[in-house]
Each structure stands twice: as structure tokens, then as C-alpha cells.
Design a protein around this ligand. Structure first.
Ligand SMILES: Cc1ncc(COP(=O)(O)O)c(C=O)c1O
Length: 394
């Protein structure tokens, strides 16, 4: 048989631990606390059905024909207005394009900015999809520890004093996997550091709409006066991940290069899906939808926290997430994390081992990530009870 010699870019990427764990979740008897999917009951199914019919009745050719790479112009305009009103961001110097999810933004930005060996600073732990994207361009990852209020800015400054960073990748709200939110003071400090040490900031905000308590904080992009911040948005959590619609707001010069990059990836994001998003934003009350989602997610988060407290109370510690989808649990020292995760799979409960999210996967950690958005209440009760049994040696 033919032996395939893979590119340097892909050869170093290992199958992820998450994927291995998720394989077990295709078994219907496995309770999965490992996924990162939105709550099925939060999808606006009826609204999308109405919109889909309207699109095929009124503008089928727009939905089915090629579009321009930048995206459906009315959606772009609507989003610019929305972001200005909601977060006060977007200047004369910025432009916005539609992308195929936020995932494509990480890819496009790295593609247009990074050469092999360039350094991308990342929260440690961070979203594995983005870490693998940076790795696939042979970037070096500079991991910065996370505290209760976001990245450790003192450690960050220490590390970048003698290391030139291309950009910082940050998930400021209800971070994946840690659930923590970057404080206002640290948002300002991160931006000051970006100016002082001359790097860019990729602000990835997929979970901002999933706040269940507390107040929205200003985005780092809204502080940007020098064209240093790239804001990645997505409809994966607000509407549905299957439609693959995201958007990036960034300085014009970067956007025009990213547009060229996108042309060779997928020409444009599917027009039908862009029209779905456009009409949803235009015809429905987004605030009301966000409120509805918030109630669903609050119930789920509260249930998970109460179950953790009841069954794993003295075996784990965690920072209470104010939104998002995850609880990042630190197992106590007498539990070996990987043995715990394997035993959970044996007992048909899937959780994600913390190592999967580290910038250096060989580093040791005693964390696991638990997801509360996807499982039903009954599965959550069953799953956490089993985790409690394992932790308590039963
Ligand atoms: C931090 C973060 N960024 C981006 C994504 C991917 O978003 P999208 O579906 O828009 O590609 C995820 C998905 O879980 C995520 O957790």
C-alpha cells in the first residue's frame, strides 16, 4: 500500500484526547459530560422554520446563488450596527466580514499573520480547537496561567519581556474550559500590554451571550484605539452551531487579507445560512431570545453546581462560572486525574481530562472539564452521582 508522507504542518498534530473520549459518547448508554454543544432546547427551531420558508418563497436565488466572499451585505451592515449598539465597538478603521464559524477566524488570522515559529500567547488552559489551529501553522504556543479573574497579567508581562509575541489569543467571557471571566481591570491591562510590547489581541467571544448572572463587561475591542484587536463572533451559541455562521470585526488592512485567505478556503459562507441569521436578527427580538437562553442555561448551571457540591463536595474545587457551558473542576491531590477519567468511561460517563486543553499537553494537571449545557437533567444527575462514587472509592 502507498505510504503517505504528511506535511510538517499536520504531522505533529496528535489525535486529541477529547476526540478519543468523545468516541465513547456515540454509545447511547454513555452519559456525556464531555461535549461543548449548546442546549438542544435553546435552539429557535420554530423561528428558523418560518424564516426558511420565507427565504424559499421570497428570495430563493439569493439563497442558492454564489455570493461575495465578504458575506451578505445586509447582514454585515446589521451586525456592525448591532455591535456598535451593544458593545460600542467598531471604528472608521474597522471592517467586518462573515465567516464559517469562529473557527475559520482563528485559521484566517493565523494564516495571514504567522510564519513558522511565530509565537502565539494563549491562556493555559484554552480551547483545544484554537490551540490545534495555531499548532497546524507551526506556531509556538506561549501558555499563560489563568486565575479566578482571567489570565495572570504579571506572569504574562514577565514572559513577553524577552519573547516577541505575534498575538494573544483570549476568550474573555466564561472561558473554555475554565469558565472564568476576564475582569475589567485585566481587560485594560491586556490592552496596555499589547501597546507596550506591540502585539495584537484575538478576542474570541463565543459565550458572551450565555451570561446567567452579573453584568456584561466591556469588550477588549471596545478599548481599541490603535487597530490592535481582532474580535471573533459566532452564531454557534446564539442560534445554532450547525449553520456555521460567524463574523470578524477587525482593522481594514487585516480584513482585506483575511478575505483573500477565505476565498481559497470556501469562497463564502453558505448564503442560505447567512440569510437565516439575517432574518432572525431582523425579524425577532434578540434580547428576548438571549433572556430565554439565559433562563435555560441558569437552570442547567445551578443543577450541575448543586450536584457537584452534593456528590463531589470535598473532592473537587472550582470557580463558579457566571455563564457559558463548563465547570472546570480540580480534583483533590489523592485522585489521579487520568485514572479517574478512564474509570468514568468504564462506568459509562464521559468527562474531558484537563490535559487536553493545555498549551503543553505533557504538562501535569488534576483538572477535568464538565459540560452542563448538553446533558438532560436526568443524565446530569446520573453522571455526577457516578463521578462521586468513583471519587469516594465506591
Ligand atoms: C472558545 C471557542 N471558540 C470558538 C469555538 C468554535 O466556534 P464556531 O462553532 O463558531 O466555529 C468554540 C466552540 O466550542 C469555542 O469554545
Amino acid at each position: 500500500m502507498t505510504e503517505y508522507i504528511f506535511s510538517d504542518r499536520i504531522a505533529g498534530l496528535k489525535p486529541s484526547a477529547v476526540r478519543e473520549i468523545l468516541k465513547s459518547t456515540s454509545d447511547p448508554n454513555v452519559v456525556s459530560l464531555a461535549a461543548g454543544n449548546p442546549a438542544p432546547e435553546a435552539f429557535p427551531k420554530e423561528e428558523l422554520k418560518t424564516i426558511a420558508t420565507k427565504i424559499f418563497n421570497e428570495e430563493p436565488i439569493t439563497a442558492l446563488q454564489y455570493g461575495i466572499t465578504e458575506g451578505y451585505a445586509p447582514l454585515i451592515e446589521l451586525l456592525k450596527e448591532y455591535l456598535k449598539k451593544r458593545y460600542n465597538m467598531g471604528t472608521e478603521n474597522d471592517e467586518l466580514i462573515i465567516t464559517s464559524g469562529a473557527t475559520q477566524i482563528m485559521d484566517l488570522l493565523t494564516k495571514v499573520l504567522c510564519n513558522e515559529g511565530d509565537v502565539v500567547a494563549c491562556e493555559n488552559p484554552s480551547f483545544i480547537g484554537s490551540l490545534n489551529c495555531f499548532r497546524s501553522y507551526n506556531c509556538k504556543l506561549l501558555g499563560i496561567d489563568i486565575e479566578e479573574d482571567g489570565i495572570n497579567v504579571e506572569q504574562f508581562e514577565e514572559k513577553i519581556k524577552d519573547c516577541k509575541v505575534k498575538f494573544l489569543y483570549t476568550i474573555p467571557n466564561f472561558q473554555n474550559p475554565s469558565g472564568v471571566t476576564l475582569s475589567v481591570e485585566k481587560r485594560q491591562k491586556v490592552y496596555e500590554l499589547a501597546k507596550k510590547y506591540d502585539f495584537l489581541v484575538l478576542e474570541d467571544n463565543p459565550y458572551g451571550d450565555l451570561r446567567v448572572e452579573g453584568e456584561d463587561l466591556p469588550t477588549i475591542k471596545s478599548l481599541d484605539t490603535e487597530g490592535r484587536v481582532i474580535y471573533a463572533g459566532t452564531f454557534s451559541k446564539l442560534i445554532a452551531p450547525g449553520i456555521r455562521v460567524g463574523y470578524v470585526l477587525a482593522p481594514k488592512a487585516l480584513i482585506s487579507k483575511m478575505t483573500v485567505g477565505k476565498q481559497t478556503e470556501d469562497v463564502h459562507t453558505p448564503m442560505f445560512n447567512q440569510l437565516l441569521v439575517y432574518h432572525f436578527m431582523k425579524d425577532y427580538d434578540i434580547d428576548e431570545h438571549i433572556n430565554k437562553m439565559s433562563q435555560i442555561y441558569k437552570k442547567k448551571r445551578d443543577l450541575m453546581l448543586s450536584l457537584i457540591d452534593a456528590h463531589l463536595g470535598d473532592k473537587v474545587t472550582y470557580v463558579k462560572p457566571e455563564g457559558g457551558m463548563f465547570v472546570w473542576c480540580k480534583l483533590c491531590n489523592d485522585i489521579d486525574m487520568l485514572t479517574f477519567c478512564k474509570e468514568a468511561v468504564n462506568r459509562k460517563v464521559a468527562v474531558v481530562p484537563g490535559t487536553a486543553f493545555l498549551t503543553d499537553e505533557n504538562e501535569k494537571t488534576n483538572y477535568i472539564r464538565l459540560n452542563f449545557s448538553t446533558p438532560t437533567d436526568d443524565d446530569m444527575k446520573k453522571g455526577i452521582k457516578i463521578l462521586g462514587d468513583i471519587a469516594n472509592g465506591r
